[in-house]
Design a protein around this ligand. Structure first.
Ligand SMILES: [Zn+2]
Length: 67
């Protein structure tokens, strides 16, 4: 994806889960926001308001390469 190492991606995911502001790793143009702001269905999915990229953190975690 947008990370050169597995560790970088893990740091990214952990920041999101801790609800820290994280800038979009794709365009670096904005801080990610919840995908479902109103529904509150899931706080695992995030979206970049600048480029529209969606980050589904559960799927990203599953797809992490093995060490
Ligand atoms: Zn973006």
């Amino acid at each position: 994806m947008y990370f050169s190492t597995r560790d970088e991606e893990v740091v990214f995911l952990k920041k999101l889960w801790r609800k820290e502001p994280v800038s979009c790793p794709k365009c670096n143009g904005a801080v990610l926001e919840y995908l479902h702001k109103k529904a509150k269905k899931s706080d695992c999915d995030w979206k970049c308001p600048a480029c529209g990229e969606v980050y589904r953190t559960i799927g990203m975690l599953k797809d992490l390469p093995d060490r």
